[in-house]
Design a protein around this ligand. Sequence first.
Ligand code: 8YV
Length: 317
Amino acid sequence: MKPRVLQLNPILIPEINEELASLYEIHKLFEMADPQGWVREHGASIDAAITGGHTGISRSMLEQLPGLKVVAVNGVGTDAVDLAYCATRALPVTATLGALTEDVADLAIGLLIAACRNLCAGDRFVREGQWERFPNPSAIPLARRFSGMRVGIVGMGRVGRAVAVRAEAFGCPISYTDLRHMEDVPHRFVPALIDLARECDALVLCAAADKAEGIVDASVIEALGPKGFLINVARGRLVREDDLTEALVAGRIAGVGLDVFVDEPRVPQALRESERATLQAHRASATWETRTAMGRMVLDSVAQALAGQRPAMSLTT
Ligand code: 8YV
């Protein structure tokens, strides 16, 4: 009999799905009419769970899966899994560490350039025929230069470092904040986020959300100021979204580039209507290359755990 795997959100690479289906009996929670009822009835027979970084798995669901040998997160953020609880069960929780670094950093830079050069507003201007109606160049406000912008990175992990490499190539002075100064990072460490915000032109959020919920609030946004840009490729809940939306509408911040939101897929109307906002639907890791690499890591983690080994990417065992 094949081991039974509970899958909590979709994997978008056909080969990965085929391989999963050939090895395991896959139960797709996101396609079930009554997922909770199904888990109550069949939870005890489940050997492995696969979930997304943002989706995670609730403590109450974990409690209904007593035979679980691994939670394989198809993502790098594990803030939606109770790691401490899983550690007490000696349950490996794995992540796709390193697989999505480059793509997430690429999107962060893309969002920053899009925000400061008004790329999406410019696209709409052409697409909607406005250029023909208003051919005078003064119809479009001047943008802000990205090259040389002072970039402040919040969270100097893998993604933060990859953003720094890219921004440096554009001649941007880099500084960062994190829980501690990092000896191996050549950039300026600023212990307090509010000081970092005051001293840079763009803040790029790359931090894990479990220790940093709501760190970007009205005071940080005020310190960033009306010429500042905020980019978020980490988690929506790092930011007090109401504070951000108010500041954006009032012009107290120059622009934002957001891939993540507090209550996805719901995005506040004011953000959706703002010309100063460049928005994405949580797509930073969504390339064929990265999602294939992530899927391979999920396959490896599940196989290792079910073979009785400690998965190489385990964060809890
Ligand atoms: C993915 C993410 O969208 O890695 C993460 O933590 O949030 C994203 O890269 C998600 O995990 C895909 O399942």
